[in-house]
Ligand binder design. Structure first.
Ligand code: S3P
Length: 172
């Protein structure tokens, strides 16, 4: 990725439950940049929830919309901090854009840690099935893809974000 371009957008990647939104919000505030959650932005722009995208267009349809959104966000002026959806890296054009235009931070964690943290949420239809099974499969499929795009790898199990601060400071 464009690690040496100081104006590059920072994009957080990693599996569901790795903390992309939490870390992204804090990083954006430290860098005084806007924070964009790609899933939230997709819903805002298309008027359809992630679950509706999956139900009505299937995962492939969702991936197309997600890829268009990420391309749009990376083309926007003014460097933001962006939390990508966990599966954004499965789209080859997205990996190419991330490599070219973003400083990509992979929040890496093992499956048991992710299972303990990844809540079933409306925007996570993939976790309707057994989360341990799903996350193990996604880890196997995506580890090489995260590796391919990452400029920085943060082991979020070793470094529990914000562990050095009182819990209430994290809410900000
Ligand atoms: C997905 C992760 C979700 C959301 C969608 C698909 C995935 O985002 O984009 O449910 O394939 O890993 P989060 O990683 O922000 O939960």
């Amino acid at each position: 990725g464009a690690a040496r371009r100081t104006v590059a957008p920072v994009v957080l990647v990693g599996l569901m439950g790795s903390g992309k939104s939490t870390v992204g919000r804090r990083l954006a505030s430290r860098l005084d940049r806007p924070f964009v959650d790609a899933d939230d932005e997709l819903v805002r722009r298309t008027g359809r929830t992630v679950r509706e995208w999956f139900a009505e267009e299937g995962e492939p349809g969702f991936r197309v919309a997600e890829a268009e959104l990420v391309a749009d966000l990376l083309a926007a002026p003014g460097p933001a901090v962006i939390a990508a959806g966990g599966g954004a890296v499965v789209t080859p054009s997205t990996r190419a854009l991330l490599t070219e235009r973003a400083l990509v931070v992979w929040l890496r964690a093992g499956v048991p840690f992710l299972v303990s943290r990844a809540r079933r949420k409306a925007h996570r239809p993939l976790l309707d099935d057994d989360p341990a099974t799903v996350l193990a499969r996604l880890e196997a499929e995506r580890t090489p893809l995260y590796e391919e795009v990452a400029d920085v790898v943060v082991d979020v199990e070793g470094f529990h974000h914000g562990a050095e601060k009182p819990k209430r400071a994290l809410a900000a």
